[in-house]
Design a binder for this molecule. Structure first.
Ligand code: IPE
Ligand code: IPE
Ligand code: MG
Length: 262
């Protein structure tokens, strides 16, 4: 997958095409993680119930998943529901769960067609059995695919994930000397996947809201004012071009100190 695959899906002469042509395909982020936020505000601006914002957000999920696969990203992680989101009214939680099932049923074919490997990360035992079964079916059906990993973070909390990993280390009887950053990383839900290079948050909020706390240690963060239901391929492409302008130093000195001043 590469430029030709992206161009095949964008209207010729469009802003999307211009953005796609500006992307350096040799320096793509391996893993893009997205905090999909702003559904409620999108609905409120239209005098609609919050759930309509969540419903509209499904189209953004479709577009983002397909564009990411066409770009050739190795991993895409979408934050769909946090452990804290269980505090929302029961009507909103059940509407979100039913939209999720609807999405899975409608999109499984597309995931298979695009060779995507689907994963769910989070405290899945808190989900209703029928939701879990549907998720597990999608994971199993796509397990033989060889393309992009698509993680959906559901009932997910970064701190809970770290605590779970610590418990797992104890369960496995690991000694202090056996625990280093690599071993610890292999006990997380994202074991075996590269850490996010780019973290995108929609709706302008400047916080990480308990998302992938361990894994985003050196992620580049790009926040857009766009609300999630308005997020499309062009926003993802824009985020990637912004990412490619960053000077990733990892605590060392800049390789281009003059460029870094610009
Ligand atoms: C993001 O939109 C979706 C979830 C967190 C499930 P919100 O529902 O948080 O929308 P806002 O932030 O209230 O606008
Ligand atoms: C973060 O959004 C969680 C998801 C996108 C699933 P929230 O809307 O729940 O986060 P806060 O409350 O603004 O931090
Ligand atoms: Mg929100």
């Amino acid at each position: 997958m590469a430029l030709v695959d992206v161009l095949a899906a964008v209207p010729p002469g469009s802003a999307d095409e211009g953005l796609a042509r500006r992307i350096d395909f040799d320096r793509l982020p391996r893993h893009v993680a997205v905090i999909m936020d702003g559904n409620g505000r999108w609905a409120a601006a239209r005098h609609l119930p919050r759930v309509e914002g969540h419903r509209a957000g499904i189209e953004s999920v479709r577009d983002t998943v397909e564009t990411s696969a066409r770009l050739g990203l190795q991993v895409l992680t979408l934050y769909a529901f946090s452990v804290e989101n269980w505090k929302r009214p029961e009507t909103e939680v059940s509407a979100l769960m039913s939209l999720l099932r609807h999405y899975l049923r409608a999109e499984l074919k597309t995931l298979l067609k695009n060779n995507i490997r689907f994963h769910v990360i989070g405290q899945l035992d808190r989900l209703a059995p029928e939701v879990r079964e549907e998720l597990e079916a999608a994971v199993t059906r796509t397990a033989g695919n060889t393309g992009m990993h698509f993680n959906i973070a559901l009932s997910y909390g970064g701190r809970a994930e770290i605590v779970d990993a610590a418990r797992e280390a104890v369960r496995r009887g690991l000694t202090p000397a056996q625990i280093d950053e690599d071993t610890f990383g292999s006990l997380l839900y994202t074991a075996g996947q590269p850490d996010p290079d780019l973290l995108i948050r929609t709706s302008g909020e400047m916080r990480v809201s308990n998302f992938l706390l361990w894994q985003i240690a050196y992620a580049e963060i790009w926040v857009t004012e766009t609300l999630w239901p308005d997020f499309r391929a062009k926003h993802l492409l824009k985020g990637i071009t912004e990412y490619q302008k960053r000077d990733r130093r990892y605590g060392a000195v800049s390789s281009d100190p003059v460029g870094a001043l610009k």
